[in-house]
Design a protein around this ligand. Structure first.
Ligand SMILES: Cc1cc2nc3c(=O)[nH]c(=O)nc-3n(C[C@H](O)[C@H](O)[C@H](O)COP(=O)(O)O)c2cc1C
Length: 340
């Protein structure tokens, strides 16, 4: 386990060694991968929406607690814009707080109503969003930190057209609370660059899809390992619901249907349902058969290895890049965010 050379407001806020967060991952973000990144010194979030009910979530939280030996881990609260789809969110928060969880990531829509419940229970909330405007609203609502993602993010980056670093540079002029950036980050150089930009850390997802602990079929991981920077594409932008995903037959079919005029989610039948992805791709290994959230950072994956190895390599490479950068300037003194 490497010691981190980086201390930021995020490592302090989350009580972690590395300024690295593994964001929520629908149907994959459970105790196995979350415990693995937490034990490696980063932060991970169990994705509440993926569980069939609060009892199932509670038992996975208990499993994670047993696996992490007292280290803090988090819960992701993915909010939906569909009417009625957020009815369990309050119960997720109460179950998590009762199980000792103090770190929450919200995403998907405004965190209004969550902040008080989490703060009253002694927890903290980082809100993930794709635009500076949403970040400023969340800051006003009292969230403790922001995860700002760019258009390269695997999953749902919204209709924002800005890259992670451009978004981050704009945000750092305006946001006062701790800020991490994410989207397209898959190697250590980029982590060093995010810290050089002034961010307090990074949020990642795609690069960890090949971790041994991820509960997806090896055929999918091998496909990602064999892929490159062109591994992802955007679908559903024509519906105002941009989704960055693995290039496969299912994604191409969705794009053909959009080109043919499909404009409602229902037009795509079960092709875009996460239940289909979970069954066909994650469980059965049919890598063409469903939509898989993935961004170009997946192109950095070069082997199916434990998450701890990914974290260690990322942080080692980040430290080398930061040292190289600091060495270019006479004024870069020890004690700065970069290692001496
Ligand atoms: C397979 C997969 C599933 C994801 N599911 C969710 C989710 O359910 N909720 C959420 O807030 N973010 C989700 N994300 C986004 C990640 O938490 C993270 O913000 C994103 O992966 C960062 O961008 P990157 O993929 O370019 O590293 C998912 C990402 C991936 C790759």
């Amino acid at each position: 386990m490497t010691e981190s050379s980086f201390r930021t407001r995020i490592t302090d806020l989350f009580g972690i060694r590395h300024p690295l967060l593994l964001g929520g991952m629908h149907h994959l973000g459970e105790s196995g991968i979350v415990a693995a990144v937490v034990n490696a010194g980063a932060m991970g979030f169990i994705t509440a929406r993926s569980f069939d009910g609060v009892d199932a979530l509670r038992s996975d939280l208990r499993r994670c607690r047993a696996l992490t030996d007292g280290r803090p881990f988090g819960v992701n609260l993915t909010l939906s814009r569909r009417p009625g789809a957020n009815k369990d969110v309050a119960a997720w928060i109460q179950a998590a707080l009762a199980e000792g969880v103090r770190h929450f990531e919200s995403a998907g829509s405004s965190p209004e109503g969550l902040v008080e419940a989490i703060h009253d229970g002694g927890g903290i909330l980082i809100h993930k969003c794709p635009s500076v405007r949403h970040a400023l609203s969340a800051e006003r609502l009292g969230v403790d930190a922001i995860a700002l993602v760019g258009m390269e993010e695997g999953g749902h980056p919204g209709d924002n057209q800005l890259s992670a670093f451009l978004n981050g540079a704009f945000a750092l002029e305006q946001i006062r609370i701790p800020l991490v950036i994410g989207g397209g980050i898959g190697n250590g150089r980029q982590i060093a660059a995010a810290l050089a930009l002034g961010a307090d850390g990074v949020v990642m997802g795609s690069r960890f899809m090949v971790a041994s602990e991820i509960i997806a079929h090896d055929a999918l991981k091998q496909r990602i390992v064999a892929s490159d920077a062109g591994c992802s594409t955007a679908i559903l932008a024509s519906l105002g619901d941009t989704w960055r995903v693995l290039v496969n037959d299912a994604a191409r079919e969705v794009q053909r249907m959009e080109a043919g005029g499909a404009r409602h989610h229902a037009d795509f039948g079960d092709l875009i349902l996460s239940s289909r992805t979970r069954q066909r791709v994650y469980q059965d290994g049919d890598v063409e058969g469903g939509i898989v959230s993935l961004g170009p950072a997946g192109g950095f994956a070069d082997g199916i290895v434990p998450a701890a190895e990914i974290v260690e390599r990322l942080m080692r490479d980040a430290a080398s890049a930061a040292r190289m950068f600091a060495g270019r300037f006479d004024w870069a003194a020890p004690g700065h965010v970069f290692p001496a």
